[in-house]
Design a protein. Structure first.
Length: 86
């Protein structure tokens, strides 16, 4: 079984609004991804409610599964799990 090449996804999440600011940016090149991360961190450095994250994964679908809290429905899932726990 062959592995898919690693992609890099830049997520910029606004905790104040509980949503991504923009759709995730995708990079095949690690250097380009690191540069975009650095630029985004600088751009949002004065906003404590914004989180900038770079995630390496085989696909955006995997990122949706592994980091659901950044996507629509993630908060709902967390609330459902809390209510099920009692």
């Amino acid at each position: 079984m062959s592995r898919r090449p690693l992609k890099h996804f830049l997520l910029i999440y606004d905790h104040g609004r509980s949503r991504l600011i923009d759709p995730p940016a995708s990079f095949d090149d690690a250097s380009e991804a690191a540069e975009a991360l650095s630029e985004a961190e600088e751009r949002y450095s004065s906003d404590a409610t914004v989180e900038v994250v770079l995630i390496g994964s085989d696909s955006l679908m995997t990122v949706h599964r592994t980091h659901a809290n950044y996507f629509e429905g993630g908060l709902r899932l967390l609330e459902d799990l809390k209510s099920m726990a009692g």
